[in-house]
Ligand binder design. Structure first.
Ligand SMILES: NC(=O)c1ccc[n+]([C@@H]2O[C@H](COP(=O)([O-])OP(=O)(O)OC[C@H]3O[C@@H](n4cnc5c(N)ncnc54)[C@H](O)[C@@H]3O)[C@@H](O)[C@H]2O)c1
Ligand SMILES: [Zn+2]
Length: 350
């Protein structure tokens, strides 16, 4: 078991290990006194893990209830959010009560935003069950719901009280959700950690799960501690994402986030090599590793189509766009260019 301390505006620990659902009650009770605790989860995750978590929490003295939403991004909206708030209010949850998010990033983001706003803030615990949620969404305090105009447009920065990553939960992940999360893991390797990248490169699907999750969480911790509110180096986490968001939009979200990010990382790396910023070896290595995890590496969309989608990207600031460019495996830089130059830059990689 590993414990990683995150020193954000609110300090908390990320605990990573096996069997943590069974000891969740003990862990949480070190930080939150027995109270009413509502578990937010989705219908798929509930079937696998809800009873186990409830047992552990009940044994530690919590009065436990659950709010179960349909699985999938469609649930991360204002009406589910309002439904959850109304449930808490009509069941008499007070400021000393707490919430727990059991599931992937959808449940985590929705629970976090509800916790940030219900009674102007109640405590919440993240219990991520997808790789993406373990290495990315559960750490760092970004919470949100989607609006019709776009994803994550309504949210808050609000750190959890504790994050419990039970590695055993990954065993029930469908292969496509597993691969999606691995795209983010590979991203961490490219932007920050050549050792992590090499470990995945050498071991492919037989990688050491706990080591990989710990390493990614530690990178995210470091980045969040240095730029909690996303005005600087936190943007490194967007490697592959500007192009990736374009691919998601153009495909009407038919191409998953992880697949789109994989293609985005490939396009930016090729463009970087074309501009002599990184070596051709980076392209080959990235290509090999993405293939090993069944992630795509190319797209039918043109640079011009992709550039049009960037015009409405929320990461765009004052006519400029900040790209994350790999210099070598394990090292990346931010490069801000006028939005008008974006098409030309990515054309070298499409
Ligand atoms: N807050 C942040 O910093 C941040 C960062 C990245 C992504 N996100 C958000 O995260 C969301 C995506 O998260 P996600 O990929 O985890 O999606 P998700 O929460 O929709 O989970 C994917 C699917 O896997 C199922 N599932 C979850 N855990 C399972 C398990 N252990 N076994 C079997 N099935 C399981 C879920 O029911 C769901 O159908 C997006 O809404 C995105 O905007 C947030
Ligand atoms: Zn992502």
């Amino acid at each position: 078991m590993k414990r990683i301390k995150v020193n954000a505006s609110n300090k908390y620990e990320v605990v990573i290990g096996s069997g943590l659902l069974d000891t969740a009650g003990e862990e949480i009770s070190k930080l939150i006194k027995p109270c009413k605790l509502c578990i937010l989860t989705d219908d798929t995750v509930a079937g696998y893990y809800l009873e186990k978590l409830k047992c552990s929490l009940t044994a530690s003295g919590y009065s436990v209830s659950e709010y179960i939403i349909p699985h999938g991004e469609e649930s991360k909206n204002i009406s589910t959010y309002a439904g959850f708030l109304n449930y808490l209010a009509s069941n008499g949850f007070t400021r000393t009560d707490a919430l727990a998010a059991l599931g992937g990033g959808v449940v985590g983001d929705l629970c976090g935003f509800t916790a940030a706003t219900y009674l102007r803030g109640v405590k919440y615990v993240q219990i991520p069950t997808t790789i993406l949620a373990m290495v990315d969404s559960s750490v760092g305090g970004k919470t949100a719901v989607d609006l019709e105009a776009g994803k994550n447009l309504c949210g808050a920065f609000y750190q959890p009280t504790l994050v419990l990553c039970d590695c055993d939960t990954s065993k029930t992940l469908p292969s496509n959700i597993f691969a999606d999360g691995m795209a983010e893991v590979i991203k961490y390797g490219v932007i920050r950690d050549s050792k992590l990248f090499e470990h995945l490169y050498e071991n492919k699907l037989n990688f050491d799960f706990e080591y990989v999750i710990e390493t990614c969480v530690d990178i995210k911790r470091d980045i969040v501690e240095n730029d909690e509110f996303d005005n600087g180096i936190r943007q490194l986490l967007n490697f592959g994402h500007t192009v990736g968001h374009g691919i998601e939009k153009l495909s009407n979200f038919g191409i998953s986030h992880g697949s789109a990010v994989a293609i985005g990382m490939m396009i930016i790396t090729k463009a970087a090599a074309e501009n002599n910023i990184c070596s051709a070896e980076c392209i080959t290595k990235l290509n090999t590793i993405l293939n090993a995890f069944s992630l795509p590496t190319s797209t039918e969309y043109t640079a011009s189509q992709l550039a049009k989608t960037a015009e409405s990207d929320k990461k765009r600031r004052a006519g400029n766009i900040t790209l994350v460019i790999p210099k070598s495996i394990g090292q990346a830089d931010l490069m801000t260019i006028p939005t008008t130059d974006y098409e030309k830059f990515i054309a070298a990689g499409v």
